[in-house]
Write a protein of this length. Structure first.
Length: 398
């Protein structure tokens, strides 16, 4: 079955039409011999036009869904067709990228899209080959840049996050990648995003664990940040069975020694990394970001940003300076079992980190990273970073 992340949706006229200047174009030939061949040069990407969709129901509903779902869109504006412009507007409203505009060479563009980048093609053999390569290069370049924005709507409204119908299923990001965004005026300090399987992530001297106020780590085989850190930090035998619950035991001992069954919201307790030393982790900070209530489950604390600030302040204590800590890896706190809204918590956590780095020049922490488990996490965090005037989005690196 084709994934929406593998689709390039093509918005264009069908059959033979005249362009804006009266020249006749065979758009089916353009689709077959220019666009489809260009997309075929991008590994894993498949072309789709609305007349290719073989599903029951309204063609308009299918069109809107495809415009929203497809990772890439190509739009041919040669005829200045109202339907094409309507669909282009829908695409720009719903997706920040990747939308590639094309037009027949010499076609006049209307004022509204005159300033937008648009690739020209011609239907002769040489022109078609050049257009095919240009379109491929544009798609590959845009897909390789996580901060790419080619929608005027999302450029003007960088925090915009669109939901259409049922929630889009999150796609797990298994590839380990790091994206860094330096602070304006502080080139040696940055906020970053990290993707990939945590087992293979080696970013962050200190890993932050989103924990409940009882400081009771999630079960070893759970899927939360707490469970993952607990499992990866445990000592295992040759068969892969846990023989020492290293981090959870140390955290439990700290609570017993303090004679406490609960800590105040945003409290930070530090333990060693256990087997996470293999990931270059020096400390694990457990921060009370959610509170439990009998029969009601867990809910995020009111001021989730205090968790970020308190963890960063804790890292500045003399107890950690001998380990030369300089970086921290946070989850988006409170969005797991706590059920906090991703957009809201990402904005509050990322802004708190950037503001702390800006206002605390003496802090040993120069890099703060946020872990993005899925494509949706990454998109939301990128939008937040673009909306923060103190971060340079053009300087990210993978």
């Amino acid at each position: 079955m084709m994934s929406v992340d593998d689709v390039c949706f093509v918005i264009m006229p069908f059959d033979t039409k005249k362009d804006a200047d009266g020249n006749v174009i065979d758009f089916n030939a353009v689709y077959e011999y220019v666009i489809k061949r260009a997309v075929a040069l991008v590994p894993g990407l498949t072309c789709l036009r609305s007349d290719d969709i073989d599903k029951p129901g309204s063609i308009h509903s299918r069109m809107i869904r495809s415009i929203y779902d497809s990772r890439v869109a190509i739009v041919d504006t040669s005829t200045l067709n109202p339907n094409v412009f309507y669909e282009l507007g829908v695409r720009h409203a719903l997706r920040k990228a990747v939308t590639v505009l094309i037009r027949r060479r010499g076609t006049t563009s209307p004022f509204n899209i005159e300033g937008m980048s648009s690739l020209e093609y011609s239907t002769d053999l040489e022109g078609a080959d050049k257009a095919k390569n240009d379109i491929r290069d544009a798609i590959v370049s845009a897909l390789a840049d996580p901060a790419n924005v080619d929608s005027l709507v999302h450029e003007v409204l960088p925090g915009l996050h669109v939901h259409l119908g049922p929630a889009r299923a999150a796609r797990r990001l298994s590839k380990v990648e790091t994206f860094e965004f330096p602070l304006v005026g502080y080139p040696d300090r940055c906020v970053g995003l990290v993707t990939g399987d945590r087992e293979y992530v080696s970013v962050g001297d200190i890993w932050v664990n989103s924990e409940n106020s009882n400081m009771q780590m999630d079960r070893l085989y759970g899927v939360s940040t707490s469970a993952t850190i607990r499992y990866l930090g445990s000592r295992k035998n040759a068969a892969g069975n846990v023989v020492e619950d290293t981090i959870a035991d140390e955290l439990r001992a700290i609570m017993v020694e303090a004679g406490a069954v609960e800590v105040a919201p945003a409290t930070v307790l530090a333990t060693g990394p256990g087997e996470l030393r293999q990931n270059n982790v020096k400390w694990v900070f457990h921060v009370a970001s959610v509170r439990g209530e009998p029969r009601e489950g867990y809910r995020p604390i009111a001021n989730i940003e205090r968790c970020v600030t308190n963890a960063l302040r804790e890292a500045g204590r003399d107890a950690y300076r001998s380990d030369a800590v300089s970086s921290m890896l946070f989850p988006i706190l409170g969005t797991g079992p706590g059920g906090g809204k991703l957009e809201d918590h990402a904005e509050r956590c990322i802004h708190a980190a950037a503001e702390y780095l800006e206002s605390s020049p003496g802090s040993p922490i120069s890099s703060v990273y946020f872990y993005c488990w899925s494509d949706i996490d990454l998109e939301v965090c990128q939008a937040v970073i673009r909306g923060h005037q103190g971060l340079r989005v053009g300087d990210q690196g993978g």
